[in-house]
Design a protein around this ligand. Structure first.
Ligand code: CA
Length: 504
């Protein structure tokens, strides 16, 4: 339909591609009854009070009042449907995976890791902290290392401090403390860090080095304790010296041609609008399917944004075990939100709503498009490392920087990030590729957006073409042939560990 996008033949609403003026008439007899902002919904037929409002072939909600054909359907006109029941989900409903496209490439240029597992896309020295108290000193040391030492090791891309808010003043034996502790431990093993362990501790914190390091790694070659040193200069000196010994080894790492089965990447969205689910997320889904078919591992996350579409994901789980773990993660998050006396309606954000997303069901249907159509081979708790390869659901909050951090802990070495409203988000430890859901964002943020998927809505491109373009860009970025904008300009958010446990 000209001017609007209708996703599924069962839909009784469609989304405006551009701002629509009142009384604009369209081919099939729909006439706008008011101005309708770009990205917002128009009723394609009369919808009586209590009847379902359908987009993506799914009930987004029930009409709060009678809605007339041609009316602007906004969030005040929808009543939220009940949350899908996770105790009764069908799994393994996919009779084989039918994805007829052939990946144009099955290798990339990456850094193999001494400990095995996934390969790196970058060669980075990470310096982990056990507590926020040491961050100020570490930052001074890192500045000096970057200026004075790093230039001598040209095969190393960066030195990244893993500063976080965990470590002390926390209920470290609370059951949910397992999540932040696991995240910090697994972050050190990120394939971009080449197996080098370097920890800066204070000396009196609760998160002692033995909680995050195995016995073989917990020694003076890898751990610096600031309280054992005499003053700032000694601290900076000790950190610089240890960093140099690690940089020497990292500098020996060279890129080599590796199968895509060595690649683990993540996807998430931030600042979504109603185009996200018809352009950018679908292009990511197509690229994800190509990657998975080529043997790569692809993580998608954001519990609150898949919760309302979880029954659809369950059908794609390969086994009862995977489906059960998926349901367990949803249940854990339901309880977590309930404790805070919020529910899923706390998402979407005001910006999402301005972009045309009426409620969390609509956001979820758009969000899961990122996962493509491949079977789901594993579900992970926050910050867990995968044991299988293929498409994986990694449970994390939807918050961009928390999701980014927790996916890094799970081992992603590159992230694809879709945005409709626009956010300058980035990660220091892995390249982030930004995909815009609409062309107007690419126009205003031309230096921040890597790929514009908005052309899918206008018909200038297609999901398949954009997906292929993105696949190609992902392989080139993973191989170090191109630098996505966030990496090029050094735009990086802070590490934000998910800590659902009490702080004391
Ligand atoms: Ca997000």
């Amino acid at each position: 339909m000209d001017g609007f996008v209708k996703v599924n033949s069962a839909d009784n609403v469609a989304v405006a591609i551009n701002d629509i003026e009142k009384e604009t008439a369209f081919l099939d007899g729909v006439c706008a009854r008011s101005d309708i902002p770009r990205g917002h919904k128009i009723a394609l037929e009369d919808i009586s009070a209590g009847a379902p409002i359908i987009r993506y072939g799914t009930t987004l909600g029930y009409a709060a009042r009678n809605i007339r054909k041609g009316e602007w359907v906004n969030e005040s006109m929808l009543k939220l449907p009940p949350t899908p029941d996770v105790t009764r989900m069908t799994f393994s409903a996919m009779a084989g995976w039918d994805f007829p496209h052939t990946p144009p490439k099955t290798t990339f240029e990456g850094y193999r890791n001494p400990k095995g597992g996934f390969a790196g896309t970058r060669n980075i020295l990470a310096i982990t902290t056990t507590v926020q108290c040491v961050a100020g000193v570490l930052n001074i040391a890192v500045d000096r290392i970057r200026r004075e030492i790093l230039p001598r090791y040209p095969n190393v891309d960066a030195v990244v401090p893993i500063n976080h808010a965990y470590g002390c003043g926390v209920a470290i034996d609370a059951p949910d403390a397992a999540i932040p502790i696991r995240a910090i431990k697994n972050l050190m093993d990120n394939p971009n860090f080449g197996g080098e362990i370097m920890v800066v501790a204070l000396g009196c914190e609760k998160l002692t080095a033995d909680r995050i390091l195995g016995e073989e790694d917990n020694n003076r070659d890898n751990v610096i304790v600031l309280q054992e040193l005499e003053g700032l200069e000694a601290m900076i000196g000790a950190i610089s010296k240890m960093a140099e010994s690690k940089l020497k080894r990292l500098n020996e790492r060279k890129r080599e041609t590796l199968p895509l089965s060595e690649l683990c990447i993540g996807a998430q969205c931030g600042g979504s609008d109603s185009f996200s689910g018809i352009t950018a997320n679908l292009a990511v889904g197509f690229a994800s399917d190509l990657l998975v078919k080529a043997g790569a591992t692809m993580l998608f996350s954001e519990v609150t944004e898949v919760r309302d579409a979880v029954h659809i994901l369950a059908e794609r789980c390969v086994s009862r075990e995977v489906c059960k773990k998926l349901a367990d993660e949803m249940r854990w998050y339901d309880d977590y939100l309930e404790k805070g006396r919020v529910d899923r309606s706390a998402n979407p954000t005001p910006g999402n709503k301005k972009g045309g997303l009426s409620n969390i069901v609509e956001k979820a249907m758009g969000s899961i498009a990122k996962s493509g159509t491949a079977p789901i081979v594993e579900a992970l708790s926050p910050g867990e490392k995968p044991e299988r390869r293929g498409l994986i659901f990694a449970a994390t909050p939807a918050s961009d920087f928390v999701c980014g951090t927790m996916q890094l802990a799970s081992g992603i070495t590159l992230q694809v990030f879709t945005t409709g409203r626009g956010t300058p988000y980035g990660l220091a430890a892995a390249p982030v590729i930004k995909v815009s859901s609409r062309t107007s964002l690419k126009r205003t943020w031309k230096d921040l957006i890597d790929i514009d998927a908005g052309t899918i809505a206008t018909g200038e491109s297609s999901i398949e073409k954009k997906g292929m373009e993105l696949f190609d860009y992902i392989i080139r970025a993973a191989s170090g042939e191109v630098m996505p904008a966030a990496e090029k300009y050094g735009i990086a958010n802070d590490i934000c560990i998910f800590n659902p446990a009490p702080i004391t």
